[in-house]
Design a protein around this ligand. Structure first.
Ligand SMILES: [Zn+2]
Ligand SMILES: [Zn+2]
Ligand SMILES: [Zn+2]
Ligand SMILES: [Zn+2]
Length: 384
């Protein structure tokens, strides 16, 4: 029994070390996705976990057991139902209560959406089959399913306000943090005329009474407003840029699908390439690479993609183009539009690698986890 208990307790650190008890148990099991022998109890995988946690409180002294989890389990023994449920419903990788979707492996181990996507993305980078860190069974988007019961149960559990650290049911927490918490971060009402102050709500009244911004002279305020206008102007430039491109005579767009490949290097690297496609009567290819081909992108938390547009056809004269990549109809990618510009010729048929303006690393992992990356490419030909 204690072996099962142990295995359920193991978080990512132990599972990541080959030959650790977690990995060992997976190998010793009678097949992928099978439970290790547990004294012939014949229990269904996953079913007995909560019971075991209550029955065998910290019996095994495995040093690899995650310390954070261990503490929680012991508190849970003496604590309230909510506290015991916490250790049952938490993500088996990050040991936090999932905030959004919850996925489970075929043996029922729970993973929050972030960890699940991260595991799939890491496996893609290392060219391995992704496995459950708990039982080593294969995981993928098609093999794992959501667990709605857990998602709903979690939303009923009390949660700590990030500002005042008091406990609230998750269903009211959002309103509390937005509107009611005395410690929530607020901004001075004179922010519009440049006051940078921000602080807890209960200090707001005092600050606003003392704030120097309303007493500034018109001239001083003009300077501040000019600065603030700068950032708005940049945003407007982008949109105006897109609108003026839309007036061009020659506009082409197409759905592009980046597919994963490996380099021939000794340590192979993941890169992406689209099949050849035609836009504006020319043949093109797009390539993309992860973390600018850093040696071991799976070792860093930061994930970026950069891409390159290559003209494959021969041209009679230089082809001056603006181009941009946006979310297409087949993938839900969050991208901040950026317009790039390049003059293509037979000698200079490849753009530099430009950052694919994905909003953050989490979004980038989502793309890596999804195998193919579907986007929409626009090319605007500039005619003199
Ligand atoms: Zn997690
Ligand atoms: Zn599992
Ligand atoms: Zn609060
Ligand atoms: Zn102020």
């Amino acid at each position: 029994m204690s072996s099962l208990e142990e295995r359920n307790e193991v978080g990512l650190p132990a599972a990541a070390a080959p030959g650790s008890s977690a990995a060992g148990l997976g190998v010793g099991a009678s097949g992928p996705g099978m439970e290790p022998p547990v004294g012939g109890s014949g229990l269904q995988p996953g079913q007995e976990e909560p019971v075991l946690r209550r029955e065998v409180p910290g019996q095994d002294a495995d040093p690899e057991v995650h310390p954070k989890k261990r503490v929680r389990l012991q508190e849970g023994e003496a604590g309230k139902l909510e506290e015991r449920l916490y250790s049952v419903l938490c993500c088996t990788v990050c040991l936090d209560l999932p905030k959004a979707s919850v996925y489970q492996c075929t043996n029922g181990h729970l993973m929050c959406a972030g960890c699940f996507i991260h595991l799939l993305a890491d496996a893609r980078l290392k060219e391995e089959q992704a496995t459950c860190p708990n039982c080593r069974c294969e995981i993928s988007k098609s093999l794992c399913c959501r667990n709605l019961a857990v998602e709903k149960a979690v939303s009923e559990l009390p949660c700590e306000c990030g500002f005042c650290l008091k406990q609230f049911p998750r269903s009211v927490l959002e309103r509390h943090q937005k509107e009611e918490c005395q410690d929530r971060v607020t901004q001075c009402k004179y922010k519009r005329i440049g006051c940078p102050w921000q602080g807890p709500f209960h200090e707001l009244t005092v600050h606003e009474a003392e704030c120097s911004h309303p007493t500034k002279t018109g001239n001083e305020l003009m300077g501040i407003l000019d600065e603030m206008d700068q950032s708005h102007r940049k945003e407007m430039q982008l949109y105006n840029g897109i609108f003026s491109l839309l007036c061009f005579e020659k506009i082409g767009f197409t759905e592009v699908q980046f597919r994963p490949y490996r380099t021939d290097d000794f340590i192979t690297r993941l890169y992406y390439e689209t099949p050849r496609f035609t836009v504006l009567n020319q043949t093109w290819v797009l390539k993309a690479r992860v973390n600018d081909s850093e040696r071991n992108p799976n070792l860093s938390c930061k994930r970026t993609l950069s891409f390159q547009l290559i003209l494959k056809s021969k041209v009679n004269s230089a082809l001056e183009c603006s181009y941009l990549l946006l979310k297409g109809p087949y993938d839900d990618v969050r991208i901040n539009p950026v317009i790039y510009h390049y003059v293509f010729s037979n000698d200079a048929n490849e753009t530099d690698y430009m950052p694919l303006p994905i909003i953050d690393s989490v979004e980038c992992n989502k793309l890596l986890a999804a195998k193919n990356i579907n986007l929409r490419l626009f090319i605007f030909q500039i005619q003199k």
